[in-house]
Design a protein around this ligand. Structure first.
Ligand SMILES: Cc1cc2nc3c(=O)[nH]c(=O)nc-3n(C[C@H](O)[C@H](O)[C@H](O)COP(=O)(O)O)c2cc1C
Length: 256
């Protein structure tokens, strides 16, 4: 029986879209993908987060557990595994939310560690969490999240200074985080993102890479550069069948 992580191999992941990616969105736009990510949800957002009401919660699982149950169940209609993503400014809120997501039936949980929003970066979270200066904090968050859930954990990161990102991935792998998702922003031939992916390959158990994937050729380029799975965000917003058709083509090549 394949594990959840083996299921991602040469698969497509519907990338998280805070404010859009709820359960029905995942069912439709992530249909026949390997994994559809819900969220990112923000817990205890303070005053000004320009997100729809459904994507920001006050702390305490009684506030969001029934929402998560309803939307994880709705997301399953597309046939993909379902992941739930979160961003918070307090570790305790992250742990409580992700444990609630697991209780709600999520197959994967994810921490969004690439946001550039002021509320996160000013407290060394968001993309700041992956800077070398914050290595201790990253390790603390990674180990705590790994201890709070039993489903596979994903850390979603971005490409900051390459040496910082490589260091962050090594810390996550050492802490036992099984899946890293990197938003490389651009992945066309000759791009910095594609070159960097080649350096990252093999440094963690499962690497999901995305940024600018619009068709099967784009996706194959990422797999050939060393990604285990490919994330699709913006292009899947416009074409709900895209994730499923790319995945079918990627896996078909395997059986040729
Ligand atoms: C409208 C919009 C909302 C997004 N919201 C989130 C989010 O809440 N959390 C997150 O981790 N990434 C978010 N992203 C980033 C995407 O998940 C993805 O990593 C990025 O867009 C690159 O992939 P793409 O080029 O296929 O869109 C968002 C992207 C867009 C366009």
């Amino acid at each position: 029986m394949p594990t959840a992580i083996q299921d991602l191999e040469k698969g497509v992941v519907l990338a998280e879209l805070g404010g859009y990616g709820d359960g029905p969105y995942c069912a439709k736009h992530g249909a026949n993908a390997a994994l559809a990510m819900m969220g990112t949800y923000i817990v205890d957002p303070g005053d000004d987060v320009p997100y729809p009401k459904d994507f920001v919660f006050k702390p305490d699982r009684s506030v969001y557990l029934s929402y998560l149950k309803e939307h994880v169940a709705a997301g399953r209609a597309g046939g993909a595994r379902i992941g739930v993503s979160v961003a918070t400014v307090q570790l305790s809120h992250t742990l409580e939310f992700l444990a609630a997501a697991e209780e709600a039936g999520a197959d994967y949980v994810s921490l969004c560690a690439h946001s550039t929003m002021e509320m996160f970066v000013k407290v060394r979270l968001g993309e700041e969490l992956c800077r070398r200066d914050n290595a201790e904090l990253l390790e603390k968050w990674a180990r705590a999240i790994m201890g709070a859930v039993t489903v596979p954990v994903i850390f979603k990161i971005g490409l900051t200074a390459p040496v910082d990102t490589l260091n962050a991935v090594d810390i996550l792998a050492a802490a036992g985080v099984p899946v890293v998702h990197i938003n490389l922003r651009q992945t066309h031939r000759g791009s910095e993102g594609l070159r960097f992916l080649e350096q990252l390959a093999g440094r963690c158990r499962c690497l999901i890479a995305g940024g600018g994937v619009r068709n099967v050729d784009d996706a194959r380029r990422l797999l050939d550069a060393g990604a285990n799975a490919v994330a699709v965000g913006s292009a899947a917003m416009k074409d709900p069948g895209l994730c499923g058709s790319i995945q079918q083509a990627l896996r078909h090549r395997e059986t040729e």
